[in-house]
Design a protein around this ligand. Sequence first.
Ligand SMILES: [Zn+2]
Length: 142
Amino acid sequence: MSRWKGSKKLRLRLTNRADEVASLNSDREARLKSFDDETGEQAENLATNRVERERLIAALPKAMGADYNRISKRIRDGIAVAEARNGACMACFMALRPQAMAQVRRGEEIVTCDNCNRILYYAPSGSAPANPGSVQPKVAHT
Ligand SMILES: [Zn+2]
């Protein structure tokens, strides 16, 4: 009777669904592939930046490099520097003593924030830091 017809219809529906599944799968493959590519790129960037970081730390006077490492290990986000702007530390937003702010501006010595102990740096307005990504206090945890 109509049993055979029904199963044929069902098979047809399944075939259609199979196409849909195949296209969804290939879509997923493409997304995974692009995600992989992106991840690989990020990992490369990270490796490059790590090398650069080591190189820069090695270029610092020994005591300063040690200071930097000590501070960076102790701070939760691992960022040992903070911008001093408008008389405040941009990492913890504590107001800085006017004298400390003046010292940071002069840039002749290492000045740390009284509150969060990060090394303060001064970026004259209009000139962004050389590598903003690495010095912004708010960085996603990885
Ligand atoms: Zn601070």
